[in-house]
Design a protein around this ligand. Structure first.
Ligand SMILES: C[S@@+](CC[C@H](N)C(=O)[O-])C[C@H]1O[C@@H](n2cnc3c(N)ncnc32)[C@H](O)[C@@H]1O
Length: 401
């Protein structure tokens, strides 16, 4: 896609002498039952006002802290954030939080068990302990804190995988070229790697695996909201377009026993969808269909879901996706879009951070506001009917016209 001279050096995962554990003991798809996922619905999401209040309070306290210290100090902390991302990715990749769950250890003890360098381990965990991730005790041993414990490998939230994903060489290389994204408005990932992140995942299945778990963690948090705010009783068959391994679809089917489902995604993604759907007791109600939403999507559903899909793509690509769905369905069919709504002049913290990710990593994607989505829907043959807002993830209903 991009000329060779624009291609940057992409950090590789280790060397022959020091191979980096690419999946750090990850099974291809771990049995989700230890994660507590079964045929029961996930816990309900907290009320919107509570989530909004916590997010605002956190941001206000962070601003207050910065306002009380010299601005250079506050900026130093922010500017060195990339280092923290790398440290967190490394300790997650080497499963150090899991090791510390068995008891406090000094750096030499950690290094001996993990085949690492003791001095590097001590300095890394000491640096992280200054921000509350790990605790350095007076006897020189490290122990977990509530923050470092989120990086353990057995959590539904998949924060461990989020850390590995953000610190991966392919992502870091793209962020390293952000200055040219600012001047061109074009995604750094495509420019640096010469392919979209989705094509990259096809060629690097271990990174796709990590990303699938990141999405699973995020979506399992959003799924109870989507499953409850939208009137699913009006629907019989739902097709989740780009539905990943079925994190959302499984929750919809668990909570609404009358629903049948179709899970549509790339073949390599669907190949690992069975375990989750089976654990959640819905496998027999789901048809798996592999394909590309740029070509065609399955017909026969009375509702199509697009969760965190439109934000991955530029407007032209979104129109193609919407046309594929419209071509597959009759007038009156519902389209349920789930996105984080970001209006042009809003300061929605999580949404604007996600927007930067879409601009840099995804194919010129972006977070959008209601009117932008209304316009895309109109171009694609749908009208915007209802909007169900939630602070982290809203639901918009389109109807095929
Ligand atoms: C950001 S993830 C969202 C996954 C899921 N909807 C969720 O929210 O958990 C984007 C999904 O789109 C899928 N995808 C990307 N390109 C696709 C294509 N051309 N056709 C079908 N699925 C695609 C990816 O495999 C991935 O599962």
């Amino acid at each position: 896609m991009q000329s060779a001279e624009l291609k940057a050096e992409v950090p590789q995962h280790g060397t022959a002498a020091h191979p980096m554990p690419r999946s750090a003991g990850y099974q291809v798809l771990p049995d989700p039952s230890p994660l507590g996922l079964g045929a029961e619905p996930l816990p309900n999401a907290p009320p919107a006002f509570g989530v909004r209040a916590v997010l605002r309070l956190r941001r206000a306290m962070q601003k207050l802290t910065d306002a009380l210290c010299p601005p250079e100090l506050a900026m130093f902390d922010t500017i060195t954030g990339v280092g923290k991302t790398a440290l967190l990715g490394a300790v997650a990749r080497h499963d150090i939080p899991d090791l510390l769950e068995r008891g406090p250890l000094d750096a030499e003890g950690i290094a001996a068990q993990k085949g690492l360098d003791g001095d590097a381990v001590h300095r890394t965990l000491r640096a992280l302990s200054t921000i509350g991730i790990f605790r350095l005790r007076s006897d020189g041993k490290f122990e977990n804190t509530r923050l470092s414990r989120t990086l353990c490998g057995n959590k539904v939230s998949r924060i461990r995988e989020l850390a590995i994903h953000y610190a991966s060489g392919s992502h870091m290389a793209a962020w390293g070229d952000f200055a040219r994204t600012l001047s061109t408005g074009r995604a750094a990932f495509d420019r640096v790697h010469g392919m979209t992140v989705w094509d990259w995942f096809e060629k690097n299945p271990d990174e796709r695996e990590i990303f699938a778990h990141v999405m699973m963690g995020l979506t399992l948090q959003d799924a109870p909201v989507i499953a409850t705010v939208y009137p699913w009783s009006e629907i019989k068959k739902v097709c989740d377009v780009g539905g990943g391994r079925g994190s959302l679809l499984s929750e919809l089917l668990v909570r609404h026993p009358h629903l049948e489902g179709v899970l549509f995604d790339a073949k390599g993604v669907l190949d690992s969808a069975d375990t989750l759907l089976t654990a959640r007791g819905v496998r027999r109600r789901v048809e798996l269909v592999a394909g590309s939403f740029f070509e065609r999507v399955p017909s026969g559903a009375d509702a199509y879901v697009l969760k965190n899909i439109l934000h991955d793509w530029d407007d032209a690509s979104c129109r193609t996706i919407l046309h594929s769905i419209r071509d597959a369905c009759p007038e009156g069919t519902k389209l349920v879009i789930s996105e984080s709504l970001v209006e042009r002049n809003s300061s929605h913290l999580m949404g604007t951070v996600a927007d930067m990710h879409m601009m840099t990593i995804c194919s010129n994607g972006r977070e959008r506001g209601v009117e932008e989505i209304r316009g895309l829907l109109a171009d694609g043959g749908f009208k915007l009917a209802r909007v169900f807002e939630y602070p982290t993830m809203s639901v918009l209903e389109g109807v095929a016209t």
